[in-house]
Design a protein around this ligand. Structure first.
Ligand code: BG6
Length: 504
């Protein structure tokens, strides 16, 4: 633990305490923060849900979750006991004002026992349609009054479109100050994503080439082998554009394209990111067809197992028009990026699970080598691999050993595994700790969310207004629909996937 950073006494209330997010992410994250000494000496975790559990039963469930999902493996008894005595459960109906009075009493009780005024964090790990009612009830019970001490964490999706995001922002800002609102985009908590900022702004060699003069194009590709995994009801109303592009992928683009902030202050960093979103070229409805393509997967085989097509997934409309793949070409209209295309693609049931950003640099102005030397010629590329491999590789040309002059692409690689022995924390550990510390750098500000919605609305409206006639148009375990290849091939490029390391 970094001894200079200290968390203050905290009461952590989880709405949706019995839900999947709590099991898989929040509980393991809290436990690992505890193990690593980041939780304050005085803390209390209160899970809440409709199911009748005693504190003991709730603790037992969390223990099972942690044993199954924690990066640190099974919990050790002594450590677990020490942690678990701070865990409680409250049966509650989140629509009922009484529930919140109970929270109020619990908070008062802890404050009295601890003889401090603790920070209170309300974590909304519930379905988005419950955000407004919970926020309003917190307010009615006068639990949100102290901006220094009370924080609210809102999971994604933040809104269903621009209008609903604005509405939610309006409601929240009538109750909380912006400094109390923590809108989660878990990609921002990933080590490798944070490292984009470190890499760009802690190294002087990059800035001179980080612009249109040296960079030809940028690709952001987040492909998943997984399908919708039992989340058909949510996903069918969302689709790849809402689920991934509006948030995770646009955030990655912001980190690549942002100007240098003058400090690491939360608002300073977020201002620079909003600048990028504002500079992005807006689509006129007639541009959508040229710059954005959608896809939906059909059945196929993945790793020797037959998998259903999207329309046959549970809780999905058999005639669904929802896209499970999207590829878009964006431009950032400012001096730095004028004319540099940013291609984005994301999809489910793809051939590879990998999140990578590739920066392709411009070609050399004049080739001095004979044709035989340059058969496998490739422009320089910087590949930032976010997951599963955590690495940054710079691809350059070098002479292959031998008596003749033959050039090859070689990788200069920084990889986390080979460089550091410590395990990287999970995104949720970083984000929960930041919530406790009151650091909003890695959270979405209200205007940021709205700017991202504004950008994708024309695509969303066009796709919703016009049913795709060729869905499903890519098979499971493929690289997506052919039209996605065409989108980028028109400009003379092709999509990059994560290179498999190996000898040349
Ligand atoms: C979530 C989406 O926000 O991100 C999921 O709702 C997606 O559909 C997931 O699978 C991807 O996150 P990660 O961390 O596994 O890349």
């Amino acid at each position: 633990m970094n001894s200079t950073i200290k968390t203050e006494p905290t009461i952590f209330v989880i709405f949706g305490g019995t839900g999947d997010l709590t099991s898989r992410k929040i509980a393991p994250a809290l436990y690992n923060l505890f193990l690593d000494g980041w939780l304050p000496h005085l803390f209390s975790i209160i899970g809440t849900g409709r199911t009748q559990f005693s504190d003991e039963q709730f603790r037992e469930n969390l223990l099972n979750d942690i044993n199954q999902f924690s990066r640190s493996g099974k919990a050790e008894k002594a450590k677990w006991d020490e942690f678990a005595k701070n865990v409680y459960y409250q049966v509650s109906d989140i629509k009922d004002a009484e529930t919140y009075k109970e929270f109020g009493k619990r908070v008062d009780k802890h404050n009295e026992e601890w003889n401090v005024k603790a920070n209170v964090i309300y974590y909304l790990a519930v379905s988005p349609n419950l955000f407004p009612i919970i926020a309003s009830n917190i307010s009615k019970a006068k639990l949100a009054g102290d901006p220094e001490k009370t924080r609210i964490v809102i999971e994604k999706p933040f809104g269903h479109d621009l209008e609903s995001a604005k509405e939610l922002n309006k409601l929240l800002s009538g109750i909380f100050n912006e400094c109390q609102i923590y809108r989660i985009d878990h990609y921002l908590g990933k080590e490798t994503v944070q490292n984009i900022m470190a890499f760009r702004f802690a190294n002087s060699i990059l800035e001179p080439i980080w612009n249109r003069n040296y960079i030809e194009h940028v690709q952001i590709s987040v492909t998943e082998k997984l399908g919708v995994e039992g989340r058909g009801d949510y996903y069918d109303g969302a689709g790849a554009l809402r689920d991934m592009i509006q948030n995770h992928l646009l955030q990655l683009l912001c980190f690549v394209a942002m100007e240098t902030p003058i400090s690491f202050d939360a608002d300073e960093v977020r201002n620079r990111k909003v600048d990028v979103l504002r500079a992005m070229r807006k689509f006129a409805p007639e541009d959508v067809r040229l710059s954005a393509v959608r896809g939906q997967y059909s059945e196929g085989w993945m790793e020797g197992k037959e998998v259903p097509g999207y329309r046959d997934e549970p809780k999905v409309n058999p005639d669904s028009n929802t896209e499970t793949f999207a590829a878009i070409k964006f431009f950032v209209d400012n001096w730095r990026w004028h004319g540099v295309p940013f291609y984005m693609r994301t999809g489910k049931r793809m051939h590879q699970s990998a999140s990578i950003i590739t920066i392709q640099f411009r070609d050399v102005p004049h080739l001095v080598f004979p044709a035989e030397a340059t058969e496998s010629w490739q422009q320089n590329r910087l590949i930032i691999s976010i997951q599963p491999e955590m690495s940054i590789r710079l691809q350059v040309q070098a002479k292959r050993p031998g008596l003749d002059m033959v050039l090859n692409t070689v990788d200069m690689v920084f990889d986390y595994k080979g460089t550091y022995s410590s395990q990287a924390p999970e995104a949720y550990e970083t984000l929960i700790l930041d919530t406790m510390l009151g650091d909003q750098t890695l959270f979405m500000r209200g205007d940021q969310v709205e700017a991202a919605w504004e950008l994708i609305m024309p695509i969303l409206d066009t796709w919703q207004g016009k049913k795709s006639l060729n869905f499903p148009n890519y098979s499971a375990d493929s690289w997506g629909p052919e039209i996605a290849e065409a989108l980028i091939a028109r400009d003379g490029f092709h999509w990059f996937s994560l290179p498999i390391a190996g000898k040349k």
